[in-house]
Write a protein that binds this ligand. Structure first.
Ligand code: NAP
Length: 310
C-alpha cells in the first residue's frame, strides 16, 4: 500500500480522462492517472479524426491521444500503465488496487469509457478504421457515393443508416431477425428513405478486403445460405458496453452506465466523479468526452477545496 493519500486518481485515459488530467494538474492536484494496459481509449482504434476542433487537416486518433497525454504530463500528471483490479469506495480515503499495488485517494474521476460491441468475425479487427467503423457521425463523411452496410436492428443502426444516406449512394441494413428492435419513428424514417434497403435474418460471417473493405459475406440464419454484398464500408451498430464492472454494487448504474445528474459529473458517492462514454450513451464523441473530463476535474477541485483536502 502506498501510504500517502493522493488528492486525485483518474481511472481511464481516453479524451475524458486526459482532459481531466490537464485541468487537475494545472490546478495543482498532482493527479495520478491509472491509464490501463491498453491506454488511450477508442480513438486508438480510429484512423482520421476530422471533427476534433483545432486540427484543420484532421489528425490520426492515436496521435491525438499521444498529444493529450504529453500535454497532461507537461503539467505534472503521473501515469501508471496498469489496469485497476478493484476499488473500495466505502473507505475514506478511497482505495484503488491495480495488479501490483494499492493507492489511496481523496477523490476519484472515472473515465473508463465504453466499448462498441463487435461481431467477432474474420476481417473485422484488421479492417477497423479502413472501412469498418463503429461511429457514423465520426466516419460517414469519408464514404461519399459509397455503398455501405449497417449491422444491427436497434435505434443506433437505423439512426446511423439514415445519417449515412447524406453521403452514401446506398445503405443496406443487415439484421439478424425479421423484425427491428428500433423505435417506430426511426423505422418509418428508414423505410421511407429510398437509399436504405434491408437484408433480414442475416448475420455477417466475414468482412473481406485488401487493406480496405470491399465486401461483406452474409449468412441467412434460417436457410444457412450465404451471399456476398459488395460494399465500401461496414458500420457496426449492435450496441455498446460501458466499462463499469469495477463499480457494480458501489456506484449507481443504469443500463451499466454510471449515473450523474444532467449537466454534472458527481456520482452517487460524494468525491467520486465520472465523465465521457462511461456516463454518456447519447453523444459518444471525443469532444463531448473531453468536455465532461474538464467538468469532472473542476468538480473534483471544488470538492477537495470545500472538504479542505486540496
Ligand atoms: P440495442 O438497442 O441493444 O440494439 C442492438 C441491435 O443489434 C439489436 O437489433 C440486436 O439484435 C443487434 N445485435 C446485437 N448483437 C448482435 C450480434 N452479435 N450480431 C448481429 N446483431 C446483433 O443497441 P443500440 O441500438 O445501440 O441502442 C442502445 C440504447 O440507446 C437503446 O436504449 C436505444 O433506444 C438508445 N438509442 C436511442 C436513440 C434515439 O432515440 N435517437 C439512438 C440511438 C440509441 P436483436 O434485435 O435481435 O437483439
Amino acid at each position: 500500500m502506498t501510504e500517502d493519500a493522493k488528492k486525485l486518481i483518474i481511472i481511464g485515459s481516453g479524451p475524458a480522462g486526459l482532459t481531466a488530467a490537464v485541468y487537475a494538474a494545472r490546478a495543482n492536484l498532482n493527479p495520478l492517472m491509472i491509464e490501463g494496459i491498453e491506454a488511450g481509449g477508442q480513438l486508438m482504434l480510429t484512423t482520421d479524426v476530422e471533427n476534433y476542433p483545432g486540427f484543420i487537416d484532421g489528425i490520426m486518433g492515436p496521435e491525438l491521444m499521444e498529444r493529450m497525454r504529453k500535454q497532461a504530463a507537461r503539467f505534472g500528471t503521473e501515469y501508471l500503465t496498469d489496469n485497476v483490479t478493484g476499488v473500495d469506495l466505502s473507505k475514506r480515503p478511497f482505495e484503488v488496487t491495480t495488479g501490483g499495488e494499492s493507492f489511496k485517494a481523496h477523490s476519484l474521476i472515472i473515465s473508463t469509457g465504453a466499448s462498441a460491441k463487435m461481431l467477432g468475425v474474420p476481417g473485422e479487427r484488421e479492417l477497423l478504421g479502413h472501412g469498418v467503423s463503429t461511429c457514423a457521425t465520426c466516419d460517414g463523411f469519408f464514404f461519399k457515393e459509397a455503398q455501405l452496410a449497417v449491422i444491427g436492428g436497434g435505434d443506433s443502426a437505423l439512426e446511423e443508416a439514415t445519417f449515412l444516406t447524406k453521403f452514401a449512394s446506398k445503405v443496406t441494413v443487415v439484421h439478424r431477425r425479421d423484425r427491428l428492435r428500433a423505435s417506430k419513428i426511426l423505422q418509418e424514417r428508414a423505410f421511407d428513405n429510398e437509399k436504405i434497403d434491408f437484408i433480414w435474418d442475416s448475420v455477417p460471417v466475414e468482412i473481406a478486403g485488401n487493406g480496405k473493405v470491399e465486401a461483406i459475406r452474409l449468412k441467412n440464419t434460417k436457410s444457412g445460405d450465404e451471399q456476398e454484398l459488395a460494399v465500401g464500408g461496414v458500420f457496426i451498430a449492435i450496441g455498446h458496453i460501458p466499462n463499469t464492472s469495477l463499480f457494480e454494487g458501489s456506484l449507481d448504474l443504469v443500463g451499466g452506465y454510471i449515473v450523474t445528474p444532467e449537466g454534472g459529473t458527481q456520482t452517487s458517492v460524494e468525491g467520486v466523479f465520472a465523465g465521457g462514454d462511461v456516463v454518456d450513451f447519447r453523444y459518444r464523441q471525443a469532444v463531448t468526452a473531453a468536455g465532461m473530463g474538464c467538468m469532472a476535474a473542476i468538480d473534483a477541485e471544488r470538492y477537495l477545496e470545500a472538504a479542505r483536502l486540496a
